[in-house]
Design a protein around this ligand. Structure first.
Ligand code: TRP
Ligand code: SF4
Length: 336
């Protein structure tokens, strides 16, 4: 078989995953890991979590565990993708340090997310070396596996552009030992939170994977719809409604067309529309709940999958770092 292309991506360990994480990233990871032409590595970006969350680290391992349980429950198969923890593979840190030697500060400072997030997270001191280095760490994450493809969202494109520039600069000094990573942009469906903003843990507007029936129902029935649809007889625009976007994910195409028409002509009301969504969403949530429970009944299998993944990740990243040290004349002989 031809050499399989390597795919690497990471997710910060934020605890239980929500429907935005599932449809925005995880569902895509699952699809990629089913392909025989790809070799997938997916990790918990725990060091990345520290770049903004260094002041509150107590829950990081518990959150990571919940995330892995959800990944497995959603159908990510550890036999088809290497699941691991960033901080368990020290090669990420070594490569981060070495790449840092050739990375001009302005390249990091001009990343749009750098200033934006400092503005957004004003309650935290983010004028730190770790926060500035975030996209460099990400570069090391993918370069350590010589990955050619990195599934990311639109918001991470600038980081990958930087990763390619850093790899090129490294090659200029030491020769072509790494691989320039390309983004794998997938059109993720829209998942809005219950308040009409993007679904995000920091907004407190999420529905988690397998959330219980009562609470899923309550959140959907209270969720914001098209704000222009004030009265029952007002026609709506489904594009401006998070409920419609969930229909697009969970309901049949015929049903989606019906909702679209019914909303635009005010033939259906929002409560009926939401009840219709629940008939598709609740069984999907029940299935996820069952799978979570089955996994939690045998917790050792999660640890086994992750420790086997860590080992495999160390093996592959170890090969890359050996080549990098060689190229930089840093390898040592038998003297150690
Ligand atoms: N930066 C990504 C995020 O915050 C997570 C991440 C860390 C990542 N390292 C990565 C994604 C490497 C892709 C490849 O969402
Ligand atoms: Fe949203 Fe449905 Fe109401 Fe239209 S009818 S605004 S799609 S909930």
């Amino acid at each position: 078989m031809a050499e399989r292309k390597r795919v690497v991506s990471g997710m910060r360990p934020t605890g239980r995953l929500h429907l935005g994480n599932l449809h925005g990233a995880l569902a895509n990871w699952i699809e990629l890991s089913k392909r025989d032409d790809l070799e997938c590595f997916f990790f918990s970006a725990d060091w990345h979590a520290l770049t903004t969350g260094y002041a509150a680290t107590a829950a990081i391992r518990a959150d990571e565990r919940e995330m892995f349980v959800d990944m497995l429950a959603a159908g990510l198969d550890p036999a088809r993708a290497t699941l691991f923890v960033q901080s368990a593979v020290k090669e990420h840190a070594e490569l981060y340090l070495l790449l840092g030697m050739v990375t001009p500060n302005p390249w990091l400072e001009r990343i749009p997310a750098f200033k934006e997030q400092q503005q957004e997270l004003r309650d935290r001191e983010l004028n730190t070396y770790g926060f500035l280095g975030y996209p460099l760490l990400m570069t090391a994450d993918v370069a350590a596996y010589r990955a050619s493809l990195v599934p990311v969202g639109q918001d991470q494109l600038a980081h990958l552009e930087l990763a390619r520039e850093i790899v090129r600069r490294f090659h200029h000094f030491y020769g072509d030992v790494l691989v320039e990573p390309q983004p794998l942009l997938t059109k993720a469906p829209k998942v809005w939170g219950t308040d009409g903003r993007k679904m995000s843990k920091s907004y407190g507007n999420t529905i988690v994977l397998g959330e219980d029936e009562e609470s899923t129902r309550r959140k959907i029935l209270r969720a914001t719809t098209d704000p222009a649809r004030v009265r029952r007889q007002d026609p709506g625009n489904p594009e401006n409604c998070g409920i419609f976007h969930l229909h697009e994910i969970y309901s049949s195409p015929e049903r989606v067309a019906e909702v679209d028409r019914g909303c635009r002509t005010a033939a259906i009301g929002c409560v009926d529309c939401k009840r219709g969504l629940l008939t598709a969403l609740l069984p999907a949530q029940a299935k996820l709940r069952e799978r979570r429970e089955a996994i939690l009944a045998k917790p050792a299998q999660v640890d086994e999958a992750v420790s086997a993944g860590n080992e495999e990740a160390r093996r592959v990243a170890g090969e890359t770092l050996a080549a990098v040290r060689d190229a930089m004349h840093l390898s040592r002989g038998a003297g150690g």
